[in-house]
Design a protein around this ligand. Structure first.
Ligand code: G3I
Length: 726
């Protein structure tokens, strides 16, 4: 049993299948982010004491990142709490960690309204000092910090968050309503006006002639704030202030910003600087954003899967924009190592490493990008999907296999289509001003049939545009992507067609009525020379979550048979597609699955009904059994346990046979094993080779460009059928 199960697992499992089978997936397996982005920009992380002390966390930092920022230790209030008092402890240990590991740093930050060395504003008696005294103290502070760390620092956040936030166009000054100042009304500004910005950069350049000097702020994608920052930096640079770049903090969320908002800010800033750093990236799972300390800490509850998909998708979209602008984007830094360290608190789940420092799928999605798709625009030859309901334009598919979706849901906050690039949680749609959500898959889908559903704000629904197909234990939506060889399952009006009948029968063993669909070839039952022809029978099983309608409908079994018969490639035979009792199976218990229940229904109850109700040749050498995925597992377990019943055996993405598993080689006339080339083709080839070497009549098929899906199995049926009953 264990071997059967492992065979199936090895064969059919992608990462997501492993995840689905409840097996932990290590999403950090593979190159580090810094390596994946070596041709784009450096990847950084903000660290605290624990991050550079704990061996496991250190390993993550060394593997993933080639830039480090001290989250708090280098800030004026932390490092220079009082005049003449320096707190270099943690600050030095972070610097030394980077020196020892050859990691460069971003110096954060030299002048800021928060966590500042407020003693600089007052004299010993607490009286406010003149700006000249403040500048002297600021200069000494900047020179001391910069000279201490410039050997390991490549960029400095010289001034942080000096511009006013959006949403406050006017303010009261001396009781009068006046246009709000573009500047944050900090103590710095109130003492010095915006001159303190120029001074800070001047002092930093004095201390570090080569370091990249950055103006850093949050909510830079907000229209007003973007323009205030643009105007200030432009004015400063024109006045000779050495501002080399702009730091966009990037405290975003799973809904915000949209790509066009982010791109607009990057392109606007690129007009005045040639360096932009994304300095403090994190994506909280609510609608809040920005660097302010006022925010919701979220509830301690497991994260809903669709929220994770929204976060993965948002990270994917943001990094696609960052890659597109690699000419100006020189660094992307995550603000904290894991959800456990996050300033936003664990319950906001904002980062690619969870509270246990386990990589999330978002890390894999950020890392495993497909550069070819980055700047590729799909051909605009989209046509309605052939499986749409009458009159429904959407979903659409184009000649390259891209799928486009459209859903009207004006009040929804999120709409996700479960179909998308492999390894992704689906395609996240975007809403326009009329409340219409649209979106196109990020890449071409595999050819053939795909189940999918919509997740709208966490609720699962079918796409009203398509018919429904039974998969994943429910009626799902379905879409058909054009396939180069689709003629073998296309409806041909110029040939005779058989028909599919539904058969119900009482199953004593399950105490229930059971159902099977039966394909009867054209001419079935007709008298030929006064005799009715009898036919061999293929018992063809579906996979987990499907039922007796899956092969006839999304499998197109009837059309495949009609075309094979019409082309004289096979002699007609009956195909019985019964419900395989697969859907009460609980993931994680696959090791205990025996298929004994279905064996009773199939051999003791269904076959007698079929042989009684239909013109069958009711013997082993005119009976075949095959199944896809879990139906394949059932086929293997039953054919090995009951070799006296079926003479032909087929596994479609359902494991393999090895000679040593088959007690009596004469028990089987033909063995077929197949899978998609995105599954485990080696397992198939090894099995066929070993079986042939042991004298079995074995055949294998590896379906090109497909995974664990119906086009793989249509091709398998098409190939296998031509060898049955010969
Ligand atoms: O150091 C004191 C410690 O002595 C005391 O025992 C402890 C108890 O409250 O507080 C410690 O200070 C905390 C400090 O982090 C160091 O851990 C402050 O309370 C806490 O408010 C401070 O939070 C930091 C925050 O900046 C301050 O504004 C966050 O960790 C840090 O992630 C956050 O980072 C900022 C960036 O620097 C600039 N952009 C926005 C971003 C988020 O606000």
């Amino acid at each position: 049993m264990k071997k059967v199960f492992l065979g199936l697992m090895m064969l059919a499992c992608s990462t997501s299948m492993f995840a689905q089978w409840g097996r932990p997936v290590d999403y950090s397996a593979g190159p580090g982010l810094k390596d994946a982005y070596k041709d784009y920009f450096t990847i950084g992380v903000a660290v605290n004491k624990a991050n550079v002390s704990d061996p496991a966390q250190i390993e993550i930092i060394k593997k993933q990142f080639n830039s480090v920022t001290a989250e708090n230790a280098w800030k004026p209030g932390e490092i220079h709490p009082k005049e003449g008092v320096w707190n270099f402890g943690l600050a030095d240990s972070i610097a030394n960690f980077c020196r020892e590991n050859g990691i460069k740093m971003r110096g954060h930050c030299l002048c800021w309204h928060s966590q500042f060395a407020d003693w600089m504003f007052t004299d010993k008696k607490g009286k406010p000092v003149k700006k000249e005294v403040f500048y002297q103290r600021l200069r000494e502070h900047i020179h001391t910090v910069v000279n201490r760390y410039k050997d390991v620092v490549y960029a400095w956040d010289v001034v942080n968050e000096a511009m006013a936030d959006d949403g406050r166009p006017f303010e009261f000054v001396d009781g009068k309503m006046v246009p709000a100042s573009p500047y944050r009304q900090s103590r710095h500004f109130k003492l010095c006006g915006d001159e303190f910005i120029a001074k800070a950069f001047e002092f930093a350049r004095e201390a570090d002639p080569t370091g990249v000097l950055i103006y850093n702020d949050y909510s830079c994608v907000d229209n007003g704030k973007r323009e205030r920052i643009y105007t200030m930096v432009k004015k400063m640079k024109e006045a000779g202030v050495p501002i080399d770049g702009i730091g966009m903090q990037g405290h975003y969320n799973i809904y915000f910003p949209e790509e066009n908002q982010l791109e607009k800010a990057i392109e606007r800033f690129s007009e005045i600087v040639n360096t932009i750093h994304i300095t403090e990236l994190d994506l909280r799972t609510n609608t809040e954003s920005g660097g302010q300390l006022m925010f919701s800490r979220g509830e301690a509850k497991p994260q809903a899967p669709y929220i994770a998909t929204l976060q993965e998708d948002q990270y994917a979209r943001l990094f696609k924009i960052f890659r597109k602008h690699k000419d100006v984007i020189k660094n992307v830094t995550f603000w904290n190592l894991s959800d456990k360290d996050s300033w936003l608190g664990t319950n906001n789940h904002p980062l690619p490493f969870d509270e246990n420092f386990k990589a999330k799928r978002s890390l894999q999605i950020i890392r495993d990008f497909n550069a070819k798709l980055d700047n590729y625009t799909p051909k605009e030859d989209f046509v309605p999907n052939p499986m749409n309901q009458p009159g429904q334009e959407y979903p659409m598919v184009n000649s390259e296999g891209y799928a486009r979706f459209r859903v009207v849901a004006p009040d929804a906050k999120s709409v996700i289509v479960s179909l998308g690039l492999g390894g992704r949680g689906g395609t996240v749609l975007r809403k326009d001003k009329d409340g219409v959500w649209t979106g196109t898959t990020e890449g071409p889908m595999d050819p053939g049939f795909h189940y999918y559903h919509l997740t709208i704000d966490g609720g699962v629904f079918n796409d009203p545009g398509t018919h429904n197909y039974f998969g994943s234990c429910r009626w799902e939506s379905g879409i058909e992507i054009p396939a180069p060889d689709q003629d073998f399952y296309a409806y041909r009006k110029d040939i005779n067609h058989g028909n599919i009948q539904q058969v119900t029968f009482w199953s004593e063993s399950t105490g229930k009525m059971q159902t099977a669909n039966v394909y009867l070839p054209y001419g079935y039952g007709k008298l030929v020379k006064g005799k009715q022809e009898r036919y061999p029978v293929l018992y063809l099983q579906h996979g987990w979550g499907e039922n007796e309608t899956s092969w006839p409908v999304q499998g197109k079994a009837g059309l495949i048979m009609d075309n094979l018969i019409a082309d004289g490639k096979i002699k007609p035979f009956i195909v019985v597609m019964a419900y395989g009792l697969t859907n009460d199976f609980k993931f994680g218990t696959i090791g205990k699955f025996t298929a004994e229940e279905f064996e009773k229904v199939l051999i003791d109850e269904l076959i007698p009904v079929i042989d009684k109700q239909f013109l069958t040749k009711a013997d082993k050498w005119n009976r075949a059994m095959a199944g896809l995925s879990m139906g394949g597992m059932e086929t293997k377990l039953i054919t090995l346990r009951r070799p006296e019943v079926f003479g032909y055996w087929g596994l479609l993405s359902g494991g393999t046979y090895m000679p040593e598993e088959i007690k009596d080689p004469k028990a089987v006339k033909y063995i077929f094993v197949g899978c998609g080339d995105k599954e485990n083709p080696d397992g198939i080839n090894k099995s066929v080779e070993a079986l042939k070497a042991a004298g079995f009549n074995a055949e294998g098929l590896v379906s090109e460009g497909t995974a664990h899906e119906f086009l793989t199995w249509r091709r398998c049926l098409y190939t296998m059928a031509q060898k049955l009953f010969k």
